[in-house]
Design a protein around this ligand. Structure first.
Ligand code: IPE
Ligand code: IPE
Ligand code: MG
Length: 248
């Protein structure tokens, strides 16, 4: 059910979330950082469900960056195990909610078992028609651009394409998840105001909303607040709008 507050709002078609603040949530309570990741894991289905109910077509969630390997091995392994387990645990709900899972990142560098879990959940949900849930994992925005450029260059080297074939439009076909529209709204809870290498190409004209809540505490109300903020923004994409063009 959509809340009445959503009526008449210009809803984002694609919401992307930097799920941040798990470690601080735990530290504030004197708990190990991994405990924060366990709590943060529970916030994700709350947001997925809200997007399903509100008929948002695309949701991207940043779960692990290529830079996150710099953390202690225990935390890295704990987080990756947690995400793999969560995907298995959530599969029934994804199927019930008609959610299709896709994944973006350097997936080939993840542990073999992890890749298998992603492939299995993708396969099982492939025919679903509702929300597209994009799990962004082992991802870096610069890595994505470099990987895309390399794949394009390989085709040029193979004699399949000319360098002139590269345009902003065709470049998108080499990104990790072609066909996904650019995010309209990027939300970063946790209090930091930076992108941390998130979707650098795709966020060229995204609206950014920063929220002070830590990810484990994030719920439907916070998402609604971010959407309300988004709906008051005036997007121009470099042009002038009717209001700008008026007298004055
Ligand atoms: C985000 O929470 C989850 C991952 C990056 C894996 P953090 O672990 O970055 O939490 P803080 O920012 O340290 O609080
Ligand atoms: C971004 O958060 C990555 C994810 C949420 C997965 P970080 O916690 O890694 O970002 P920095 O280090 O504070 O910039
Ligand atoms: Mg962080």
């Amino acid at each position: 059910m959509s809340p009445a507050e959503l009526n008449g709002l210009d809803l984002p078609q694609h919401i992307a979330i930097i799920m941040d603040g798990n470690g601080r949530w735990a530290q504030q309570r004197g708990l190990p950082r991994l405990q924060g990741h366990y709590e943060g894991r529970k916030a994700t289905p709350r947001v997925v469900e809200a997007c399903v109910n509100w008929k948002i077509p695309f949701l991207s969630v940043y779960a692990f960056s290529v830079e996150n390997w710099r953390r202690p091995l225990e935390e890295v392994e704990g987080v990756l195990d947690l995400i793999a387990a969560a995907m298995e645990e959530e599969l029934d709900d994804l199927l019930q909610n008609d959610v299709r899972l896709v994944a973006s990142g350097r997936l080939g560098e993840l542990p073999e078992e992890f890749q298998e879990v992603i492939a299995r959940v993708q396969r099982r949900t492939a025919a679903n028609q509702g929300l597209v849930l994009n799990l962004i994992i082992n991802y870096g925005g610069r890595a994505e651009i470099v990987d895309a450029a390399r794949r394009f260059a390989q085709r040029v080297q193979a004699g399949e394409l000319s360098p002139d074939a590269l345009t902003e439009q065709t470049f998108q076909e080499y990104l990790y998840t072609p066909g996904l529209p650019d995010p309209d709204l990027v939300i970063r809870p946790g209090g930091e105001q930076r992108l941390s290498n998130f979707l650098l190409w795709e966020t060229a004209y995204s609206e950014l909303v920063y929220q002070d809540v830590l990810w484990p505490d994030y719920d439907e109300e916070h998402l609604l607040e971010a959407i309300r903020e988004y709906s008051h923004r005036q997007r121009r994409f470099g042009a002038v709008t009717d209001t700008d063009a008026g007298d004055g």
